[in-house]
Design a binder for this molecule. Structure first.
Ligand SMILES: [Zn+2]
Length: 95
């Protein structure tokens, strides 16, 4: 008997929580994939200056992951590509 009561209580709790959960799911989401994952880029080219420039501030700093929307892996690849481009004097270290 106690078991059944407990189950019913649990069920009620779940039902109470359900509307909030649905609301959260229905809310508009941000982009689920980063720009490189969307275009299925496996390798970020350091010579691809137009793409890299979009991810730099006008002072030459790299935008944060939060700002650029990149995933962790792509941000790491991007970092390497930008640093290579800087070394080859294709991008500025500072401006
Ligand atoms: Zn990515």
């Amino acid at each position: 008997m106690a078991y059944i009561e407990k189950r019913q209580a649990d069920k009620r709790q779940v039902d109470k929580r359900q509307p909030d959960k649905r609301k959260a799911l229905a809310a508009p989401r941000e982009q689920t994939q980063c720009r490189f994952c969307r275009s299925k880029t496996k390798h970020i080219d350091y010579k691809d200056i137009p793409t890299l420039e979009k991810l730099l501030t006008n002072r030459g700093k790299i935008y944060s992951r939060k700002r650029s929307g990149n995933c962790a892996g792509c941000q790491r690849k991007l970092k390497k590509a930008i640093k290579r481009a800087r070394h080859m004097a294709l991008l500025p270290f500072t401006a």
